[in-house]
Design a protein around this ligand. Structure first.
Ligand code: 5GP
Length: 404
């Protein structure tokens, strides 16, 4: 028996973009527009995840107004999904809709086409399945719409989807903020490596397909890294789920405002799904609360400004210029500790108390400022479960326990 090969894999946080000589003097000189398919152009390379706590009509409209593209989820009857897409198209804006691989995908794609969807997105947890490739070929042959397909995490997966007829391949198995696939199934590829592999394999195959990097983006820096790695656009779930336009009401708690968000393979979502691909035994997603972030235009405006700034460090006025001669530097664990607001850890919310673990030196608190934590995405939804829960979070070499 051959033993499995072992490869190295990197996530966004494992690298930084090496600055280059740059003639860009202002962020406003940077143009982030991209063509995902011949009839699918975006002025902002951000797409909204096909999740029922992320993309429905309001978010799709707000994102399209900023130049991005919302992908309306498929966890509702086809007519309702098509109606949501149609309401965006009626305003002269672009929205896409997702389809699965269960029976009925054809009728759903037809309804989306009738609603003038800007693209059909074949959206499957494991897009490198024979059944998914068959569905992609069928959709490519039947509908005259840009076709996005995923998700895959390897070069071969990307090439097979492109050969099956996808105009754009969605990359990401397991990096999502609400995803537990890597823990539950033990499968996946760290996202930066997955994107680099997909882009390289598509180029080697002379495939005319673009790439969306889906999942695991927690900041504008992550978007810049994905684009420099060769993705043409990113897909955001968690980062958009806290915006005013995301579905669901704002939950007001003593410690702040939140919106409910959930992974589409979470047990909570599975119980309600009308469009299941497979009987899912183990859940591969979680539900929780995401800090409320206000209007989408502000959130996305800040992300775009960060990406423009990132490109100015690479000397790129466009996405392809930013990639030209780009170098990623692998960050050592020691260097990682110096990243971000490394003066300390911020704790907010009066029900949270920091309990030092036995091995944490109390003098650390004396020498570091206590700064905000809960509002960053490194402490995710779990913190926001029930105030009575206690939660452990490790930050570098420190372990914090939050509890009542
Ligand atoms: P995020 O931007 O939140 O990090 O990632 C969003 C992506 O996570 C989605 O576009 C989708 O591909 C993926 N995703 C959403 N829900 C689930 C889930 O329940 N399980 C898994 N494995 N992935 C999910």
């Amino acid at each position: 028996m051959d033993t499995p090969k072992i490869r190295d894999g990197l996530s966004y946080d494992d690298v930084l973009i090496q600055p280059q000589r740059s003639s860009v003097t202002s962020r406003s000189e940077v143009d982030l527009s991209v063509e995902l398919a011949p009839d699918l152009e975006l002025s902002l390379p951000i797409t909204g995840a096909a999740m029922d706590t992320v993309t429905e009509t309001d978010l799709a409209i707000a994102l399209a107004e900023e130049g991005g593209l919302g992908v309306v989820h498929r966890f509702l009857p086809p007519a309702e999904q098509a109606d949501m897409v149609g309401r965006v198209s009626d305003k002269g804006l672009q929205a896409a809709g997702s389809v699965g691989i269960a029976d009925g995908f054809h009728a759903r794609a037809q309804a989306l086409t009738d609603a003038d969807a800007a693209a059909i997105v074949a959206d499957v947890a494991h897009g490198h399945m024979d059944r998914c490739l068959d569905v992609v070929s069928d959709l490519a042959g039947s509908f005259d719409r840009p076709l996005v397909a995923g998700n895959v995490a390897t070069g071969q997966g990307a090439v097979d989807l492109a050969r099956a007829g996808a105009d754009c391949v969605k990359v990401g198995v397991g990096p999502g903020s609400h995803c537990t696939t890597r823990r539950v199934a033990g499968a996946g590829v760290p996202q930066l490596t997955a994107v680099l592999d997909a882009v390289e394999a598509l180029a080697d195959d002379d495939a005319d397909a673009s790439v969306i990097a889906d999942g695991g983006i927690q900041s504008s820096g992550g978007i810049a890294k994905a684009l420099v790695a060769g993705a043409d656009a990113v897909m955001l779930g968690g980062l958009l789920s806290g915006t005013a336009e995301a579905p669901g009401v704002v939950v007001d708690r003593d410690e702040g405002k939140y919106k409910i968000s959930r992974g589409m393979a979470s047990q909570e979502a599975n119980e309600e799904r009308t469009d299941r691909d497979l009987e899912i035994g183990a859940s591969e997603g979680v539900a929780g609360l995401t800090p409320y972030r206000g209007e989408l235009s502000d959130v996305v405006g800040e992300l775009a400004a960060g990406v423009r700034s990132g490109f100015s460090y690479c000397g790129g006025r466009t996405i392809s210029e930013a990639r030209d001669g780009a170098v990623f530097v692998k960050v050592s664990p020691g260097a990682k500790e110096r990243e971000g607001a490394h003066g300390g850890v911020l704790v907010r919310g009066n029900w949270l108390s920091v309990v030092q673990s036995a091995w944490l030196d109390p003098s650390w608190f004396a020498s570091h400022s206590i700064v905000l934590f809960q509002e960053t995405f490194c402490v995710p939804w779990r913190l926001c479960c029930e105030p009575s829960d206690s939660v452990s979070v490790s930050v570098g070499k420190f372990l914090f326990q939050f509890g009542p």
